[in-house]
Ligand binder design. Structure first.
Ligand code: AMP
Length: 284
């Protein structure tokens, strides 16, 4: 596995691959990799001839009060996992490599999309995501790029950006990998103390209650949200940021939930903010 720190190394390597007619899959990550990330790498491995994983904690997607400095990192552990999953090249640039001194250009979607859901409390987050992902697309020029359904708004935002900027890349959405008790795998789970870790399973229980509500044939978004919120409120360590039913593409709120709509939640467990979601009408 090649470990590349510079854009030039990636460009030289991908140019060689392209000359040989090989397809390239890209998996963008912020490192501290787990089985969720690994599932994206496996999917890329199965569908592309060469697999690049970027491992870069992107400062522009963190707010001023957020956990940039404390964000967990373990490049050695990441490389071991990536090697085991057949990654061909890991790109781990410095901040200066991705954002040269004086960098002032950002990619920003001028619609309601990045302002819904997480955008309400993280106003510049998706601008940071779009900016870094477009840089990665320019650098690696992948045929396909792999993103987790766990970050559903990120996926919707990336799809819109790719459409709008006419990127020549196919976006592939991958299902959420979970722990035995349903908690979605996340690098941020490392912050949870044991009691909080136990409490965090309430997100899954809340989503199960939501699914049950929809399965019973009801569709009212308001009632769905209150059913899910009730479950969350019973957990003393949980503080709800939002529970919402929205259109799967625009992420605008819906009154009646139909198949394909997104039911998303953000919940604080102690100091840790966790997000999760399910698509109405899809099996868990
Ligand atoms: P991150 O390192 O948290 O920025 O995540 C990198 C990519 O992995 C994103 O596309 C995430 O949606 C995806 N991802 C994170 N956690 C999971 C998970 N539990 N299951 C599937 N994909 C995930």
């Amino acid at each position: 596995m090649i470990i590349a720190n510079t854009i030039q190394e990636v460009r030289e390597q991908t140019a060689l691959w392209r000359r040989e007619g090989l397809t390239v899959g890209l998996v963008p990550t912020m490192g501290y990799l787990h089985e969720g990330h690994a599932s994206l790498v496996d999917r890329a491995r199965a569908e592309c001839q060469k697999v690049i994983v970027s491992d870069f904690v992107n400062p522009t997607q963190f707010g001023p009060q957020e956990d940039l400095a404390a964000y967990p990192r373990d490049l050695d552990g990441d490389c071991a996992l990536l090697e085991a999953h057949g990654c061909d090249l890991v790109f781990c640039p410095s901040v200066e490599e991705m954002y040269p001194a004086g960098a002032a250009t950002y990619v920003n979607i001028q619609s309601e999309l990045p302002r819904q859901l997480c955008g309400r409390t993280r106003p510049n987050h998706f601008q940071g995501v779009c900016t870094v992902v477009s840089k990665l697309f320019h650098i690696a020029e992948p045929d396909k790029a792999y993103f987790g359904q766990k970050d559903a708004q990120q996926l919707a935002v990336i799809r819109q950006m790719v459409r709008d900027l006419r990127f020549r890349v196919e976006i592939v959405a991958c299902p959420t990998v979970r722990e035995a008790d349903g908690l979605a795998r996340s690098s941020r789970n490392a912050y949870l103390r044991p009691a909080e870790r136990q409490a965090a399973a309430v997100l899954w229980r809340s989503m199960q209650a939501g699914r049950e509500y929809l399965r019973s044939g009801k569709a009212g978004a308001k009632e769905l949200v209150s059913v899910m919120t009730e479950v969350l409120d019973r957990e003393p360590l949980a503080r709800v940021e939002y529970v919402e039913a929205v259109d799967g593409v625009t992420l605008l709120p819906v009154d009646e939930v139909k198949a394909g709509d997104l039911v998303a939640l953000a919940v604080h467990i102690g100091k840790t903010r966790l997000i999760d979601n399910f698509v109405a009408g899809e099996a868990p």
